[in-house]
Write a protein that binds this ligand. Structure first.
Ligand SMILES: CC(C)(COP(=O)(O)OP(=O)(O)OC[C@H]1O[C@@H](n2cnc3c(N)ncnc32)[C@H](O)[C@@H]1OP(=O)(O)O)[C@@H](O)C(=O)NCCC(=O)NCCS
Length: 451
């Protein structure tokens, strides 16, 4: 465990955490019975859409303007954080500092974080052994989740709980686990990539590089533009409020004081779902199938429109479009589009994505049921990765998972800092719901007499 005096981030969190915890206690005392929301039957049966039943310290999601990290719109955050040069994307370490503390870090603070992550990055060889023994057809997200779990014996929170630890101190162990995990996650991801797609030819890390660039380096591409893509990608995908499947799954598991290894791995299992993070792999698969079916690498607008309508008729979901909360084009899609316009506007695959952006929304709108016909973050990411030689789309959700570690781990630390309790909503027995609503629909004896 890092020494208290030698860790400026932990010291800052200690102060911030005490202050916010006090405020939360006071809020509970003074306003604990105030009504915030009333829940409708539609929400009970509809995945709890729109129910405000959780809090989140690190980020928020607005249906019109998208995600904000500590109040800063996602598309602006990179420009506000320390970076290698004015032309480069920001250091990802800076975003983690921002998510945790709410302040833009200094260059010195970012350097400190990079150093501490580098010092914590050793992955025990047994973890690599677990990954190396998996059958070749294992999906990379399953391997990723197993890799995280295989590291769990390193958890200092697990050890502290075993020995007995004061509840108030728990966050410190969660914090140490969060930093240790964050340091090692790119190594696990890069190992999976090289093991499954590059004949097990691994690349040594370069400790002189920042967290995002070193990940790009270990994957096997040292193009400075790819370093920047990785920094941008990791920042854009880092956090998305507290209610999305991956973050919520992790926080739910964490609320039982399961350590960050267990909780983050649970989040990754949620991210691996086609309606969530797997959509980035499915977008590329969808485009490849379309190119094949239409016999063209860059089908015409009319061809694409007909193909999409046909898919919808077959009951297929068009990946990369729609959102449970957003009601506008995802700013994270637009940020990636801007990157592509600068670095690879002539790439045919990128152009197919841009055509889909033009053609699909009115078609989805015409169905009359899709609440948000606009593109989400997943529509663009695969085309950019392909441009830089990462063509193995079954790996794409792992990129998302590496990025999401930033938000999940920061939120897990705050959950323990605030001392939030175990989550335990009530599930209404379905039959009781039918009975209850049938009773309410019947006019009472008294009201019948009045009529
Ligand atoms: C993201 C998503 C899961 C949100 O789900 P949601 O909140 O239930 O969305 P809606 O309320 O708009 O869904 C209403 C209807 O439109 C459909 N719909 C939504 N997005 C659609 C899409 N991209 N293609 C086809 N149909 C879609 C839903 O399946 C649902 O159909 P149903 O009433 O027959 O069950 C959904 O838009 C989707 O499946 N998108 C494609 C997958 C994707 O890109 N996921 C990544 C999200 S970041």
């Amino acid at each position: 465990m890092g020494e208290q005096g030698g860790d400026p981030l932990k010291e800052r969190l200690q102060v911030l955490g005490e202050a916010l915890r006090q405020q939360v206690r006071q809020l509970l005392q003074e306003s604990g019975d105030q009504v915030l929301d009333q829940i409708r039957v539609r929400q009970v049966l509809g995945g709890m859409r729109g129910v405000r039943a959780l809090v989140c310290v690190t980020s928020s999601l607005d249906p019109e303007t998208g995600v904000r990290y500590r109040g800063i719109p996602v598309a602006e955050v990179s420009a506000r954080l320390p970076r290698p040069s004015a032309e480069d994307e920001a250091y990802v370490e800076g975003l983690f500092w921002l998510l945790l503390t709410g302040s833009i870090p200094t260059e010195e603070e970012v350097n400190w974080l990079r150093r501490t992550l580098s010092e914590r990055s050793h992955v025990p060889y047994q973890v690599y052994e677990v990954l190396d023994r998996l059958p070749a057809e294992t999906h990379p997200m399953a391997a990723f989740s197993m890799g995280i779990l295989a590291m769990r014996r390193e958890s200092v929170m697990r050890e502290a709980l075993q020995k007995g630890v004061s509840k108030d101190k728990l966050w410190e162990y969660a914090y140490e686990d969060a930093l240790n995990l964050l340091a090692k996650i790119p190594y696990i991801a890069a190992h999976i990539y090289r093991r499954f797609y590059r004949d097990g030819k691994y690349i040594d890390p370069d400790p002189s590089l920042d967290w995002g660039a070193n990940f790009a380096h270990m994957l096997g591409n040292d193009d400075p533009a790819f370093y920047n893509l990785m920094r941008l990608y990791l920042i854009l995908h880092a956090d998305h409020g507290g209610g999305n499947v991956s973050v919520h799954a992790a926080r739910l598991v964490g609320s039982a004081w399961s350590d960050p290894y267990l909780a983050y791995s649970a989040g990754m299992n949620g991210l691996a779902g086609p309606l969530h993070g797997l959509a980035n792999q499915q977008v590329v698969q969808f485009i490849l199938e379309m190119q094949k079916a239409l016999g063209s690498m860059l089908p015409t607008r009319e061809q694409i429109a007909e193909y999409v309508r046909d898919m919808l008729k077959k009951g297929r979901v068009i990946p990369g479009f729609g959102h449970a909360v957003l009601r506008k084009t995802d700013p994270r899609f637009l940020a990636q589009k801007a990157f592509a316009e600068k670095h690879c506007p002539d790439d045919e695959f990128v152009q197919v994505v841009w055509r889909l952006y033009e053609i699909v929304p009115p078609i989805l709108q015409a169905t009359g049921k899709v609440k948000n016909p606009w593109p989400n973050v997943d529509l663009h990411s695969g085309a950019l990765l392909r441009h830089y030689g990462i063509v193995e789309y079954t790996f794409y959700t792992v990129f998302f998972g590496v990025a999401r570690a930033l938000g999940i781990l920061a939120q897990l630390v705050w959950d323990r800092l605030l001392g939030l309790p175990i989550e335990r909503p009530v599930a209404v027995p379905l039959q009781d719901l039918f009975t209850l609503l049938a009773e309410e629909a019947q006019p009472s004896e008294e009201s019948r007499q009045v009529v």
